[in-house]
Write a protein that binds this ligand. Structure first.
Ligand SMILES: [Fe+2]
Length: 245
């Protein structure tokens, strides 16, 4: 009898010990889980901080260009918005890559190296002035190429004046050899340039601008991108114009 009581007690003690160990393990697991949660939150915060500092850097560079060119105003921002709207319809993954927007915003960053006398000239440029002006995509490419988070954006900057028929610059690339984002940019850029008032001419109506772009399909522009623009409702374009004035 005594032996049984003793056995029961030691069994109880053993059970109690096991319960205590299990509780300790559970506490430990909960502490690990809490640590993981904290790490996850901290990492997400630092990733967001990093992303925000990327965006701030790109905005600062974009503003450096636009501050000089009073005529274009918020051109880069509108082009980026039109460009992203088209990109979402053509290649959603490309639209999700922040570098696509960065490239759209930074396209003319190379103009920082173009003298005011050429940049602001409203009459035709002399040949050597024109050839200097046409260097801005390569200058811009050289400015951003070394920045790791802008490598894909640098390709848009370099190729934003290529033409679908190969008659553009700086590399005379044609068709699919031109990065898709640069082909999309080209349509978005022309849409904004045509519909914006300039000191020397009023902007075109949207339907007139659409007709001009259609006329350049296959020569200046990628027909697939022009098709997507045709499917983009006027309201989408008007909304961007109203938002980014
Ligand atoms: Fe340009």
């Amino acid at each position: 009898m005594e032996t049984t009581t003793g056995q029961l007690e030691s069994l109880r003690a053993e059970l109690e010990e096991q319960r205590r160990i299990a509780e300790e393990k559970e506490d430990q697991l909960q502490r690990y889980a809490a640590d993981l949660r904290d790490t996850f939150v901290a990492e997400r915060e630092s990733a967001e901080e990093l992303r925000a500092s990327y965006v701030a850097t790109v905005r600062a560079l974009t503003n450096a260009v636009e501050a000089r060119d009073a005529y274009t105003g918020k051109h880069a921002e509108r082009v980026a918005a039109y460009g992203l709207e088209l990109t979402r319809r053509i290649d959603p993954k490309l639209a999700d890559d922040p570098q696509t927007e960065f490239g759209f915003l930074l396209h003319d960053v190379g103009k920082v190296a173009i003298p005011d006398g050429i940049l602001y000239k409203t009459t035709d440029l002399a040949e050597e002035e024109q050839s200097l002006m046409r260097r801005h995509p390569v200058i811009g490419f050289e400015i951003v190429r070394g920045i790791e988070f802008l490598e894909a954006a640098a390709q848009i900057v370099r190729h934003h004046h290529e033409r679908f028929d190969g008659e553009g610059y700086p590399d005379g690339l044609a068709g699919d050899d031109i990065p898709l984002a640069a082909r999309i940019f080209s349509v978005a850029d022309t849409l904004d340039a045509m519909t914006t008032d300039r000191p020397y001419r009023p902007g075109l109506q949207l339907d007139e601008a659409r007709a001009e772009i259609r006329a350049g399909s296959g020569t200046q522009f990628d027909p697939a991108v022009v098709d997507q623009l045709e499917q983009l409702p006027d309201e989408a374009v008007e909304r961007i114009r109203a938002q980014i004035g």
